[in-house]
Design a protein around this ligand. Structure first.
Ligand code: FCB
Length: 494
């Protein structure tokens, strides 16, 4: 392995000018012309039809079928039945006046074993989806990998095995050949942090492994998979197509200004974001990350040429944001706190960070238990923009789960979601005013869906889904978001 970089600065915990609300900002606020207003979903969370048209199990089919792994024993077998209700769902988006839609392709649907030629029936579903979207003026934004690795590849070691990188590049090539003429925006990976550290570290996500070394290997192989997939995509796509990657970068705040807490924040900032942005955008692993994980590995799995292969120019960076992360150094003799928002597990998703305590910030929380703090989104966008000048940004996920109820009158009133969305869109708007080049916003999610280890217990949709009947009902938030998208502006504050 070659060069390493220095850590970047970690944000101050104090109320900086970036986070302060300006009460004079009450006029209608417009977004830049051409701003993308979309929703996001992912294949395993909405499609269902897990055994149709040649699809084989992914790691999430296996994991959710394993007792005790997912809330209530829920699985994605039916999910929101989007595979059969595609046209209805596209009509919903078009009816809301949204101009973009971020979805993912299920790898085991188009290349069931992760090897060999594509299954045409699987690709036909995505061809039809893309056609429907284009006909209705909704721009497709395709994610190649949103966590549903073909089980056969996991049986050969999954992301901890370097061979999976080549498999992914081949899969990317197949999908680009089938859909490259109609999809303007491509994303390689969704939140590789979750794939590596929840999948192979804490075991809260599929495949449920709890091996710190495998988690770090997986992170590197996901980086390499991204780079080789970008090259594969570029060899097929027309020049106008844009290529991106989506990260949950963890806006990390130290609990106090003490040197120990700041060091804890630096450590989590490296493992929560720079482990990916370092190699992808700067061609290096951060020096502090290598040092922090030295007891686990010397990173000998990084081969000559890997860093060059990973650092491929991308057109946009996708930022997924839900909540900030607050950490402190764990005092001697105490057990570290684990309120890191990534679910309970006896195993940490943070290899080498045994002495870091994750704190629950005070204030409002969503049904997922995640603190509501829109100032962190503004701070994150401004920081990323500053650190990577010239790279346009997209918010590729943001949203919240709340306890929604379908009222007797058939309505779903979700004022807390509206407030969450309004505050976070204000944060995006302020980040743009601060100079961040944000080109679009994809709300998570269009539909209530399978929320990974939480099953169907957490509803993130702006469209309510009755999972017994699959009936869709627009929540108030859907109407509110539609008005924002149509106006390309946030309404005046009342
Ligand atoms: C993100 C995932 C997405 C969804 C939201 C709530 O981490 O990318 O699939 O589950 O969280």
């Amino acid at each position: 392995m070659s060069a390493v970089s220095e850590p970047s600065t970690v944000t101050e915990p104090t109320d900086s000018p970036v986070t302060r609300h300006d009460p004079r900002e009450s006029a209608e606020r417009h977004f830049p012309a051409g701003f993308l207003w979309g929703t996001a979903t992912s294949a395993y969370q909405v499609e269902g039809a897990v055994a149709e048209d040649g699809r084989t199990p992914s790691i999430w089919d296996t994991f959710s079928a394993t007792p005790g792994k997912v809330h209530g024993g829920h699985t994605g077998e039916v999910a929101a039945d989007h595979y059969h209700r595609r046209a209805e769902d596209v009509a919903l988006m078009a009816g809301l006046g949204l101009n973009a839609y971020r979805f993912s392709v299920s790898w085991p649907r188009v290349q069931p074993t992760g090897r060999g030629p594509a299954v045409q029936r699987g690709l036909d579903f995505y061809r039809a989806l893309v056609d429907d979207l284009c006909e209705r003026g909704v721009r497709p934004a395709l994610t190649l990998y949103h966590w549903d690795l073909p089980q056969e590849l996991e049986d050969s070691g999954g992301w901890a095995n370097r061979d999976t990188v080549g498999r992914f590049a081949e899969y990317a090539h197949l999908v680009a050949e089938a859909l490259g003429d109609r999809v303007p925006l491509w994303t390689t990976l969704n939140e590789p942090w979750c794939s590596a550290f929840l999948g192979y570290g804490s075991g809260r996500h599929a495949p449920g492994r709890t091996e710190p070394l495998a988690a770090l290997r997986a992170a590197h192989h996901l980086n390499l998979a991204h780079g080789t997939a970008v090259s594969a995509l570029r060899s097929v796509l027309r020049d106008s197509a844009k290529v991106a990657v989506s990260h949950n970068l963890h806006l990390v705040r130290p609990a106090t200004t003490s040197a120990a807490d700041r060091d804890a924040a630096r450590r989590i900032d490296a493992l929560g974001g720079r482990v990916f942005t370092g190699p992808m955008l700067d061609g290096r692993y951060p020096a502090d990350l290598i040092e922090d994980t030295a007891a686990i590995t010397d990173w000998d799995f990084v081969a000559d040429g890997d860093l060059e292969a990973i650092r491929q120019p991308i057109d946009l960076l996708g930022v997924n944001f839900y909540t900030p992360t607050v950490v402190s150094a764990t005092p001697e003799g105490q057990e570290p706190g684990r309120a890191d928002g990534h679910g309970g597990s006896a195993h940490s998703p943070w290899p080498g960070s045994e002495r870091v305590t994750f704190r629950q910030p005070p204030g409002e929380r969503t049904a997922s238990g995640w603190a509501v703090d829109p100032s962190a989104l503004r701070e994150l966008l401004v920081r990323v923009a500053r650190e990577h000048p010239g790279l346009p940004l997209l918010v590729t996920e943001n949203g919240a789960a709340f306890e929604d109820t379908l009222d007797a009158d058939g309505a779903v009133h979700d004022p807390r979601r509206v407030a969450y969305l309004r505050a976070h869109l204000e944060a995006v708007h302020r980040a743009i005013s601060d100079g961040a080049d944000v080109r679009g916003y994809f709300l998570w999610s269009l539909l209530d869906n399978f929320e990974w280890s939480e099953g169907y217990a957490k509803r993130f949709g702006i469209v309510h889904v009755d999972f017994a009947t699959q009936r869709r009902v627009l929540k108030d938030s859907a109407r509110w978001y539609a008005a924002v998208a149509r106006a390309n502006a946030l309404p005046q504050l009342r």
